[in-house]
Write a protein of this length. Structure first.
Length: 270
């Protein structure tokens, strides 16, 4: 940004996120768990729209957690072609993932699946945490690893409030059998994109603009809005008739100024 500013070169920035998944009480839990598991370990968690926070309606919370951990138990990192996902790209990211897990555990969180031992030199096994304080790094900072925080919520209002509680706003997901309710909830989430009953599917639709708000950046790629980011408006006016008042003159007539002042007072006087 500093380099671009030197020559007033416009730019867009996609700076990652802390994507949340909301699971309503009426959601298809099997579908929600499978999709959320995929989003958690996608590219070893190194995806801007990877799942990092999950808010589940309290009545179905434990059912969902059981299904999520069952799905993630089939995920296996490694160098083999048969592995589910590969290594961490940057060594320093391993330290960030470890720090977030440790910070959560030190502040009272419980590892539902995995833990600190899941973090190895290059590969990280899936980690699921619960009872994580909202102020912890695992909730407020981008982890960018195959970890997820899963918490129960009272209702959708509570879920939306917690989903919107970070400085990020890139992507999110909502799961509900009631598509109208799912769509209404999606529109309340502060993010650049939201999927209903899927994870990250907005990224597969070329004509949908993609980008974030807040610390997730600004500007858009994809779709008409993405194309506009790399173009500039050019406005042209053509006079088609003589205006009733000629105010674009160094010496406007007394008549025109009198009428203009009267119209101004009518429009703006209190």
């Amino acid at each position: 940004m500093a380099v671009c500013a030197e020559t007033l070169t416009p730019m867009i920035a996609e700076c990652g996120g802390k994507d949340a998944v909301i699971v309503a009480e009426d959601a298809d839990l099997d579908k929600a768990a499978e999709a959320t598991a995929f989003g958690t370990v996608l590219n070893a968690g190194q995806a801007c729209v990877g799942v990092e926070r999950i808010y589940v309606a309290a009545p179905v919370y434990q059912q969902f957690v059981d299904k999520l951990t069952a799905a993630l138990s089939r995920a296996r990192p490694g160098p083999e072609d048969t592995a589910t996902y590969g290594p961490m790209t940057l060594p320093r990211q391993v330290d960030i993932v470890r720090r977030h897990i440790l910070d959560a555990l030190d502040h009272g969180a419980t590892a539902v699946m995995g833990g600190l031992d899941s973090v190895r030199d290059r590969y990280i096994e899936p980690v699921v945490l619960k009872d994580v304080p909202d102020t912890s790094a695992a909730v407020q900072e981008e982890t960018f690893g195959p970890t997820a925080v899963v918490e129960p919520v009272r209702d959708l209002d509570d879920a939306v409030e917690r989903a919107n509680s970070t400085h990020y706003g890139l992507g999110a997901s909502v799961f509900s059998r009631n598509k109208k309710k799912g769509l209404q909830t999606a529109r309340r989430i502060r993010s650049g994109a939201v999927s209903v009953n899927s994870v990250g599917s907005f990224g597969t639709v070329p004509n949908l603009p993609f980008g974030g708000v807040g610390e997730s950046g600004f500007g858009r790629i994809h779709g008409a809005d993405g194309l506009r980011e790399f173009s500039r408006p050019h406005s042209v006016t053509v006079e088609r008739f003589r205006p009733p008042l000629n105010l674009l003159s160094v010496e406007p007539s007394e008549r025109d100024m009198k009428i203009a002042k009267r119209m101004f007072r009518m429009r703006h006087a209190r």
